[in-house]
Ligand binder design. Structure first.
Ligand code: EAX
Length: 324
């Protein structure tokens, strides 16, 4: 081999050694919906910061945005990415036991949701992910969902009649909106803004942090504080990713997940506190006087169905759960 070629080959072979500190870093890729500067980004960044620090940078956590939550979960399942931060929107299509948390008017407030999700019930549902080739790591939060639309002020279910409302790809939510008289149109979040722009749908529903972070005020005029359903988020990982961690690193992993959960919930609280004012400032017409009792009673046939199709005893336990 001519000398020059041999030297070139040596340079190539030695390059990785010369390329920086001798640090064997393992990369973990996390995809999350929504901008980094959002409650969902906060969960991912909170995890990243804590996990890299706790493992002395033996791990590098790479964050990527992907607004198609179904696609993220599929990628975690087949292992092309390690983890996702997603709402429960499409999760019930993978882990049906999760659907119970998507039932409207189930949680009274955030404290109730946190207590159930972090307690024994939420933990037992996280365990059900294993049978579906996923690891349910920890619950995070999207927030209470509210309705927006481009047509009219909505104060009661009667105003919803005939409105085309984008829902998540979630059969519980779709059933709720059809029962309320709307025309539910399921699609991924990534398709939502074009659908609103083109008038394929008239409205959508999401928590305030999502509406604020994605400037949905630019495509929606009316917002009603319906708080019709609590929307959890969840960190889901590939079993291989978690299985490869040493026992000590697995502890760091859970500590980091809790840091992500806290950053996420703190951000939701802050966004919820200032969000209505912010959206009014951006020109939205926000209706606070919503006939919540009418929404609940209109949902009666759907509630009756969920008593049959979901775990009725568990629904009751969740509703009766007391927080002190
Ligand atoms: O996870 O799809 C949705 O409406 C979700 O609430 C949103 O992407 C945040």
């Amino acid at each position: 081999m001519p000398l020059t070629r041999r030297a070139a080959l040596a340079a190539v072979l030695l390059a990785p050694l010369a390329a920086g500190p001798a640090l064997a870093q393992t990369q973990i890729t996390i995809q999350h919906a929504l901008p980094v500067n959002s409650h969902t980004g906060a969960a991912a960044s909170g995890f990243k910061e804590a996990f890299e620090r706790l493992t002395n940078n033996r791990y590098r956590v790479v964050l990527q945005r992907n607004d198609n939550e179904r696609e993220m979960i599929e990628s975690v399942q087949i292992g092309t990415i390690d983890c996702t931060v997603t709402s429960t929107g499409p999760v019930g299509n993978f882990v049906p036991e999760v659907r119970i948390f998507d039932v409207p008017f189930l949680f009274r407030d955030r404290a109730h949701a946190h207590a159930v999700l972090d307690g024994e019930i939420g933990q037992s549902v996280l365990k059900r992910f294993e049978a579906r080739g996923l690891v349910g790591v920890i619950w995070a939060e999207n927030g209470f969902r509210h309705l927006t639309n481009s047509r009219r002020e909505v104060t009661s279910p009667a105003d919803l009649r005939g409105l085309k409302v984008r829902t998540m790809e979630n059969q519980v939510h779709m059933r709720a909106f059809s029962t309320l008289g709307a025309l539910p149109t399921p699609m991924a979040f990534s398709e939502l803004v074009p659908a609103l722009q083109q008038g394929t749908v008239d409205g959508q529903e999401n928590p305030i942090p999502v509406i604020v972070a994605n400037n949905l005020n630019q495509v929606q005029r009316y917002m009603s504080l319906t708080a019709h359903v609590y929307s959890p988020q969840v960190i889901i990982c590939n079993p291989g990713t978690v299985g490869r961690l040493s026992a000590a690193d697995r502890q760091h992993f859970m500590t980091a997940a809790k840091a992500g959960q806290k950053a996420n919930r703190d951000r939701v609280a802050a966004d919820d506190a200032g969000g209505v004012e912010e959206l009014r400032r951006r020109g939205m017409q926000v209706t606070t006087e919503v006939d919540s009792a009418a929404f609940r009673s209109s949902l009666a046939p759907a509630f009756a169905e969920w008593e049959r199709t979901l775990d009725a005893a568990l629904l009751k336990r969740i509703r009766d759960w007391q927080t002190n």
